[in-house]
Design a protein around this ligand. Structure first.
Ligand SMILES: *Cc1c(COP(=O)(O)O)cnc(C)c1O
Length: 473
């Protein structure tokens, strides 16, 4: 039969709409998506006829399969594209997986603000227009000891705003050892250019001295910038100038000292057995005028860029037109305020903020969870093709924080006789609630530092259905 005749067998959209399976679908999802899916599947079929040599029998089978294909295609179209996943990777602040988690109470605060009117830009005392930047100022002053504070969309925006306000068309002095890239195309030289400030890099990759900074100071100097090298370390023959020392130059020449801390640590984590990471409070105590940091890294809150420090500088930032472009929305303010409140009591912060909770989890708890998950997987009775063990490993802080920190952890590990590890990993990743794991030496690691017990049922369902799909049972 020639191709032209085959095309004649392809059903019309209207005919498919009369199919029972499709009628069932129309009850579930918008008609527009159903029709889009029908068109796509029909186009696919026409293409097959065009480029493959298929016969009439084959075509009839394909046509019979159409309603089912349309059904799956349309359901997929209707599902939300941004969705929850299980993070079994062991990277706590995983930028690709959404960084920090918020707890129930914080979500309730967002809900309260989102489903009602709020005083976002309304001063209740005076009964007149207020500022969205006021809500977080008090609590940030209280926790950090900074004179003033404001919050923008993310830390990248905070750095641009600070440099643009303090050093537009002027020079900013930075150590060559701190010209970092933190991924997602945030590079200090590029950010500097965007802000309109001119980069003056001093010292060398491994060593920078106080006199390097001092020699570079001139008429055009707008600011001294320290960048916390949060995602890497230079070891060996090195020397950097601490903000405490730069403080002396700042006073002598009357130029602002700015520090981009990256992760906003508000608690000394070395108390919990982690490496010391400079806190925002320490930075301010060392004389830094303006500190910037992220809301969703070690602070454990929503995405935000927080700026704290000298009031006169922050007032100038509030007047910068960029502030309007970088402004935080009300959900961020609601979530950040509720997160920051925990920090008024350190023990509560550790207990309630998921990022801090995962960082400070005891080995005993992790181990118990690994054993429980392991036993539950064994109870699925998947047979001898799936081996389940527990292994010691290391988790990571992530988010460009504490790059050398190796957090001990336990993983539930799957290995396979006969089944493909890659296919199994893909199956878990494509589960209705995707399960992200770590592949290492042909085994699948599920890290119990980043997996919570309430996620066990999802993992079990994912493993079971992946197994059945691969085995065809
Ligand atoms: C993460 C980071 C940033 C960017 O912060 P975002 O909140 O992701 O925009 C900037 N500087 C440093 C040093 C960082 O670690």
């Amino acid at each position: 039969m020639n191709k032209q005749n085959l095309f004649a067998f392809i059903p019309k959209v209207d005919e498919l709409l009369e199919d029972n399976k499709i009628k069932e679908l129309l009850e579930l999802i918008p008609r527009k998506l159903v029709i889009d899916s029908i068109r796509e599947e029909l186009d696919g079929l026409r293409n097959k006829i065009k480029i493959q040599s298929i016969d009439k029998n084959f075509l009839e089978e394909e046509i019979k399969a159409l309603p089912n294909k349309v059904y799956l295609n349309a359901l997929n179209k209707d599902s939300l594209k941004l969705k929850r996943v299980v993070n079994g990777s062991g990277v706590i602040i995983h930028t690709n997986l959404g960084r920090s988690l918020l707890n129930e109470d914080i979500i309730n605060n967002i809900k309260e603000v989102a489903t009602n009117y709020s005083n976002l830009e309304y001063n209740l005392d005076k009964g007149e227009r207020g500022s969205r930047y006021d809500h977080l100022e008090y609590i940030l002053q209280e926790i950090t000891g900074g004179e003033s504070a404001m919050v923008v969309n993310n830390n990248a925006a905070a750095v641009i705003l600070v440099l643009s306000t303090l050093a537009k068309d002027k020079e900013v002095i930075v150590s060559r050892g701190e010209l970092i890239e933190i991924g997602g195309s945030f590079r200090i030289p590029d950010v500097m250019e965007q802000s309109g400030a001119h980069l003056v890099s001093v010292g060398t990759t491994n060593k920078t001295h106080l006199y390097d900074y001092e020699n570079a100071i001139g008429e055009e100097t707008g600011a001294l910038l320290k960048v916390h090298t949060s995602n890497y370390c230079i070891l060996g023959f090195t020397s950097t100038v601490e903000s405490k020392e730069l403080n002396s130059l700042k006073d002598k020449y009357n130029i602002p000292l700015v520090e981009d801390l990256g992760s906003g640590v508000l608690i000394d984590l070395s108390k919990y057995g982690l490496e010391y990471e400079p806190t925002v409070q320490d930075s301010l105590k060392n004389g830094v005028d303006i500190v910037t940091f992220s809301g969703d890294k070690l602070l454990g809150g929503p995405q935000a860029g927080i700026i704290v420090g000298k009031k006169e500088y922050i007032d100038a930032m509030k007047r910068n037109p960029l502030t309007r472009a970088f402004r935080v929305d009300k959900f961020t303010i609601a979530a950040l305020e509720a997160t920051l409140k925990y920090y008024l009591d350190e023990n509560r912060a550790i207990k309630e903020i998921p990022t801090l909770k995962m960082l400070t989890m005891t080995m005993e708890e992790i181990n118990n969870n690994a054993i429980d998950l392991c036993n539950k997987i064994k109870e699925l009775n998947l047979g001898s093709k799936v081996n389940i063990t527990i292994e010691e490993s290391y988790a990571e802080v992530g988010g460009g924080s504490l790059p050398l920190e190796k957090l001990p952890t336990k993983c539930t590990v799957l290995s396979f006789d006969e089944l493909s590890t890659d296919a199994f990993e893909r199956g878990l990743r494509n589960h209705s609630t995707p399960i992200i794991t770590r592949l290492y030496r042909n085994r699948i690691y599920i890290d119990l530092r980043t997996v919570r017990r309430e996620e066990f049922p999802i993992i079990l369902a994912g493993i079971e259905s992946t197994y059945r799909n691969l085995e065809g049972v």
